[in-house]
Write a protein that binds this ligand. Sequence first.
Ligand code: ADP
Length: 361
Amino acid sequence: MAERLVRMEHVSRHYGALKALDDVDLEIRSGEWLSVMGPSGSGKSTLINLLGALDRPTAGRLWVDGAELTAMGEAERVRFRRQKVGIIFQQFHLFPHLTALENVMVAQHYHSIADEGEAMAALVRVGLEDRARHLPAQLSGGEQQRACVARALINQPPLILADEPTGNLDAENEDKVLRLLRELHAEGHTIVTVTHAAKVGNLADRRVELSHGRLADLTVPSEEIERRYDEVLVQMWALEEKDKVAETARIKVPDVVDNQRTLQGMSESGLIFPPCLTLEFTARGRVRARDLVRRRRLAEVLFSSAMHLSDPEVEVAACRMEHIINPEVTNSICSFLGHPRRCPHGRPIPTGDCCELPIVS
Ligand code: ADP
């Protein structure tokens, strides 16, 4: 288990009778991407402000990277902000009279490393080299947000806090910012995103939800976890079919940044052996993979032969269908279709109990 970067114990932030955050306990592992979900007014920004030492709790204790924020004086908190956190706000907080480059450099000045080259490198990284000399008003919303990402990156802070990082962005810029966050995560930064966008939430390793200042461990809904497990099992099966070793690095889980977490969960659920460089089914995992592949490929046959759907509709429909077919119905479908041996793409369909019966051609 990776070491923990953040620890909150009974943290509250009250404004008089209003409990913006109320008795929150939370731990964030080093390198983890945590997504804090919740409706407007639930306390998400308050949490970010506390983690970024922009605000202080009214009760409770908070540690980041081994240092207790709640025990620090103002000078120490300023140092903490310089060295440990990069914050990406929804409202971009760029100085209107400074160029993109200068805005990034302000962060640097703030960290007392006035290096234009480094600021430029950060802008290049977010794809804004052509806009370095533009004022914020001359930048689109997406470009302003990317400038903010560059500014947050400048000191390579271990903890990156992002408050609705894609809140004001169109789809293209949203993808760019999310790609950047994924890269940062892959490089080992710990990321906390606050969002009510499921698309952003799904990228995280773990999700928690705030509701009226109280934290509920949302994690990922169990059906979503199971769907991820199924995807991995199907990929492992397909590799095995091609006589290829299921190398861990080859497996891609959709919408997931940290495959390792999914694979660990699969191992704990007894579907695969503890993941190392390669993955191996347990007996139970193999049965589940076989059943999945069987259902999916039978659904493909059903769609293409009985319903005359063609590629790529077949595959899409079959994937959807596969999740709603009751496993008990699979044998009836198999019998109905005459126990086909291959799917429309020519891949073998694993046999089931019903296939012991004479095959109708
Ligand atoms: P979110 O980010 O989830 O929209 P916030 O953390 O901004 O929620 O706010 C949580 C609650 O705290 C809201 O009811 C908000 O009105 C209240 N709040 C936030 N900041 C202040 C403040 N400075 N003074 C009084 N109430 C505040």
